[in-house]
Design a protein around this ligand. Structure first.
Ligand code: F6R
Length: 612
């Protein structure tokens, strides 16, 4: 939520910050701004709307600064507007600050500052924190970094902040708690950003800042301290990411690029781990914790949104293959109730970004109660990765489209491998079934490739139903979570109201919605529920609903029944969701595009939900 970029060095800061903000726009895009400090002073430029509007606003302006901060916002406190956009200026006009996160006790701090004569120009918690820092700075007559430290000890909430002081033209001060912050180390220059994408073309040397750390950056110097003012040796890491991975590569949108990358990302996810011929799966995170998995009384999947849907599929897989009871929890609910957690329970935290605040706090809570945290994560070095005891990365590469696609199929692939690896060790699967499923996994990239070739016909289906007001998505068994995911994708991208349901549950209520105007998407590939789902389809047809069915190639029964069919390659029912979700993604994408929406940046959403 909110993207931040900052630069100090020899180059012009504005072009670097602007480009960085465009890369971080997936994190929020309701307003954007920059603060630049040059010989003439500190200037703030900000605009409601996307980064392109800020760029437009600044065309032709001389912006020679070599130090600056920039922000792209996802509103929390205060509507999207010019005045609520970041950076904010302090009362004295000497400090500018950007912030990603939420200051929970801002109301109290604001009251205290108002009593002291402060007047606020925005509705944001950020302006409150900035003036709180300035107030401490002035009253204590101390260094700015000392004032920041004192202020942050009294602040409740999550933040990454970056400050620019008009009197220190070569220094940036940044701090982090609960939101991500990466420092890029260049030659005579330093970068700061919410993730590595704005940094990657300048340097591959990075430092991930930890919670309660403060960074003081000058062109030639990086000082890292804790809130107790003790110096910390920065842990410099090499970025394992190429620039091409974060560009559109000829596609109209990141979302469609990422949908089409899936045969490759799934292959990358399997590569070096699965050997279908030898019958082996190598996953060190699982192997190092095998005893724990074998004796686990319970696995709790904790996640949000699409990642939560991956957890639901995994529930079916783990219970079937490993005979371990599984619960799937919305992180936002789990963290606030008083869940019963036994020592030795395994919590699987599933997250693309590795920064989702609800998931992060949920696992920290479970950790305090003795649970083992196993992360299924995409972003290496992310906050959840660092908070986990062990885990397995999904290797899907950067996912930039706000609607999650390739991360989901990579999560399913990793979760299936983890389950298979445990099951063979625990002897809860026969050797034949194990070998069969390994082969099935091995064949997934090719089957995904074949499914992607259906994109033109899916586009035609999309055109037929793009004017629908509501849609129903139904599935059973392993395909039930795929129906939920299909409905979520459609809502996000096309703003059509959609509901996902277990197909048999439909008769307990949602069937009342069915008439000739309601398109119903069935995820009905060949599995052990096939005959049952055909009956559910009959029930919809009998009430004149329109049926769009994702089926297994060669399924004559459903072909004769449905209004539109999308026939995908045959796969074992346990593996099928990795393939059957692809038509769901394509359908939502094409409907969103046909309706003229910005599918990469759907309204009100952000990629990385770092607020609760
Ligand atoms: C849906 C979507 C969101 C995320 C959710 C969790 O397309 O992208 O529902 O899945 O915000 O995010 P991560 O996986 O980063 O924890």
């Amino acid at each position: 939520m909110c993207g931040i970029v900052a630069y100090v060095g020899q180059k012009e800061a504005y072009p670097i910050i602007l480009k960085g903000l465009k890369r971080l726009e997936y994190r929020g895009y309701d307003s954007a701004g920059v603060a630049l400090l040059d010989e003439k002073g500190l200037n703030v430029y900000k605009k409601q709307g996307k980064v392109a509007e800020l760029e437009e606003h600044l065309i032709g302006k001389a912006l020679p600064a070599h130090i600056g901060i920039g922000h792209t916002r996802w509103a929390t406190h205060g509507e999207p507007s010019d005045r609520n956009a970041h950076p904010h200026m302090s009362k004295s006009g000497k400090l500018a600050m950007i912030h990603n996160g939420i200051i929970e006790n801002y109301a109290q701090l604001k009251q205290d500052l108002i009593k002291k004569g402060y007047v606020f120009k925005s509705d944001t918690d950020t302006e409150v924190l900035l003036n709180f820092i300035e107030d401490i700075w002035i009253n204590n007559n101390c260094e700015l970094e000392e004032a920041v430290r004192i202020a942050l000890k009294r602040v409740v909430g999550a933040y990454v902040i970056v400050l620019l002081d008009a009197d220190q033209p070569d220094t940036l001060i940044a701090a982090r708690k609960g939101s991500p912050l990466v420092i890029g180390i260049g030659k005579g220059e330093h970068f700061l950003a919410s993730d590595a994408s704005p940094i990657i073309e300048y340097t591959k040397e990075v430092v991930y800042v930890n919670d309660y750390e403060l960074a003081i950056l000058k062109p030639d110097e990086l000082i890292l301290k804790n809130l107790g003012n003790e110096k910390i040796t920065p842990f410099v890491q090499k970025l394992d990411m190429e620039l091409a991975a974060i560009e559109k590569g000829g596609f109209d949108h990141f979302m469609i690029k990422e949908i089409f990358e899936q045969s490759e990302t799934i292959y990358d996810c399997l590569r070096g781990r699965l050997d279908a011929e030898k019958g082996t799966i190598k996953m060190s995170g699982v192997e190092n914790n095998m005893e724990r998995f074998i004796h686990a009384q319970r696995i709790i999947m904790v996640a949000c949104g699409t990642s939560w849907h991956a957890g639901l599929v995994a529930e079916y897989i783990f219970e079937e293959l490993c005979r371990i009871p599984v619960e799937v929890e919305y992180a936002s609910e789990f963290r606030y109730r008083n869940p019963v957690i036994h020592k030795g329970d395994i919590i699987m935290a599933i997250s693309q970004s590795g920064e989702t605040a609800d998931t992060l706090v949920a696992i920290e809570k479970a950790k305090e109660q003795g649970a083992i945290i196993f992360g299924i994560l995409n972003v290496v070095g992310s906050s959840i990765a660092r908070a986990s005891h062990a885990g397995a990365y999904t290797h899907a590469g950067p996912e930039i489209g706000v609607a999650s696609t390739k991360a989901f199929t990579a999560q399913l692939t990793v979760l299936t491998m983890v389950a298979l690896r445990i099951a063979i060790e625990k002897k809860t699967i026969t050797h034949d079934r194990y070998m069969h499923l390994l082969n099935e996994l091995h064949e997934v990239p090719a089957k995904v490739e074949a499914t992607l070739k259906l994109s033109e016909s899916i586009k035609a289906v999309a055109a037929k139903y793009a004017d629908a007001k509501d849609m129903l998505y139904l599935g059973r068994g392993y395909n039930f979570p795929v129906a939920l995911e299909g409905a979520l994708k459609l809502k996000e991208i096309s703003y059509i109201h959609a509901e996902g349901y277990p197909a048999a549950e439909m008769k307990h209520g949602p069937i009342a919605l069915v008439d000739e105007t309601l398109p119903v998407v069935f995820v009905a590939t060949k599995d052990s529920y096939h005959e049952k789902i055909v009956s559910n389809m009959q029930e919809i047809k009998a009430r004149k609903g329109k049926v769009i069915a994702v089926i297994t190639e060669g399924d004559e029964v459903i072909t004769g029944l449905a209004d539109d069919v999308i026939a995908i390659p045959e796969a074992d029912e346990l593996i099928a969701p990795i393939i059957s979700v692809i038509p769901m993604q394509l359908l939502a994408y094409y409907i969103g595009v046909l309706k003229g929406y910005d599918v990469d940046k759907p309204r009100n959403l952000a990629k990385s939900v770092t607020v609760e």
